[in-house]
Design a protein around this ligand. Structure first.
Ligand SMILES: *Cc1c(COP(=O)(O)O)cnc(C)c1O
Length: 346
């Protein structure tokens, strides 16, 4: 099977398994007067994440969902409004922050263009409606892994700063954005108040996300994480794999090259399907022009040894990662072209 469902399907490398075995451990739940836990490996990855993003401090979380939730809970109270894009991962997939029976914050929507770039007039409107926090996503998952530059991010942040409200960036794949726009992660998050990035997407770690922000923010966030059950003990065993993951940033560029190769090999057939413009490691196949249903195409691909993700009735997503080789890409494209050609000739 060639697994294009997500860049989370990667298995830890042998080096990660060795690092896990050799990690120096302590109880991360016992916090000293400086607000840091007792696990030296967790402290090490938190310092690395802070340095990478240019923020004062960082907090190790078990998932991106947990990191985003901790951030949003830290900034806001029940019934307060949070400005999000309606297609964002936070709103579409994480949800609990806005569910009345869970955390009861209210979404207020701004809009983004097809590339995921926020339309600033709508950002203004969302803030004027009463949002006390704005969220941004880079790369923008549901728009096909599109990437914002530092300049585009800064324009958005400056709007929020005008009103004196904080900005949380969901940077699950921020390294993909940094590679595409050819800027540092630090530059991309310079004006955001906080940022979350995943170690388990593209970088090969089995578990983990980093929430980064000011020292005061992380101190509060650590308490929130504990309250919602996200505190961990000898978490150095997973942080050790995360530290290894941060040595693998070169994989991201390789993923982009492989994605462009796949993109160029699949012949877009306007009467059958359309492709989004590829910027990072995600390709969305939109079947809207034709009669095909996404689920049927996914089943047919599955029989040919290709796993893809159905994201709507008419859309499939393919995500490239380190465990997919150039050879796999070529094989996959042959299967896909054969399938679509047969449909066309029917
Ligand atoms: C995957 C993802 C998350 C959540 O990460 P998990 O580790 O799966 O909880 C958040 N935001 C975006 C944009 C993502 O792609």
């Amino acid at each position: 099977m060639i697994d294009f469902r997500s860049d989370t399907v990667t298995k830890p490398t042998e080096q990660m398994m060795r690092a896990i075995n050799q990690a120096e451990l302590g109880d991360d739940g016992r916090v000293n007067s400086d607000g840091k836990g007792e696990d030296p490996t967790v402290n090490k990855i938190e310092a690395m994440a802070a340095r990478l993003t240019g923020k004062e401090d960082a907090l190790f979380c078990n998932s991106g969902t947990m990191a985003n939730l901790v951030a949003l809970l830290t900034y806001t109270k029940r019934s307060e409004q949070i400005a999000v894009d309606a297609f964002s991962h936070i709103y579409q997939s994480e949800k609990s922050i806005f569910m009345e029976e869970y955390f009861g914050r209210k979404p207020v929507f701004y809009e983004s263009d097809t590339r995921g770039k926020p339309i600033l007039t709508t950002v203004d409107m969302s803030i004027k409606k009463g949002a006390s926090l704005v969220c941004l996503e880079n790369t923008f998952s549901h728009k096909g892994g599109t990437c914002l530059s530092a300049e585009e991010t800064n324009l958005f942040c400056e709007r929020a700063h005008t009103y004196g409200i904080p900005i949380h960036l969901d940077g699950a794949r921020i390294f993909n954005a940094a590679a595409y726009v050819n800027e540092s992660v630090e530059a991309l998050v310079a004006l955001t108040t906080s940022v979350q990035f995943c170690l388990s997407k593209g970088l090969g770690a089995p578990i983990g996300s980093m929430l980064c922000g000011s020292k005061a923010f992380i101190l509060k966030a650590r308490k929130v994480r504990k309250l919602i059950g996200g505190g961990m003990r000898q978490a150095g065993i997973i942080a050790a794999a995360g530290i290894e993951a941060l040595q693998n940033l070169q994989w991201i560029e390789e993923d982009h090259t492989k994605t462009l190769l796949l993109f160029s090999l699949i012949k877009a057939q306007p009467n059958l399907f359309l492709l989004n413009n590829v910027e990072s490691n995600i390709i969305i196949i939109d079947l809207t022009p034709g009669e095909l249903a996404a689920i049927d195409v996914a089943r047919a691909f599955d029989k040919r040894g290709l796993q893809v993700k159905v994201i709507s009735e008419k859309q499939l997503r393919m995500t490239v990662h380190k465990d997919i080789t150039e050879q796999d890409i070529k094989r996959a494209s042959i299967h896909m072209n054969t399938y679509f050609t047969a449909i066309k000739e029917k």
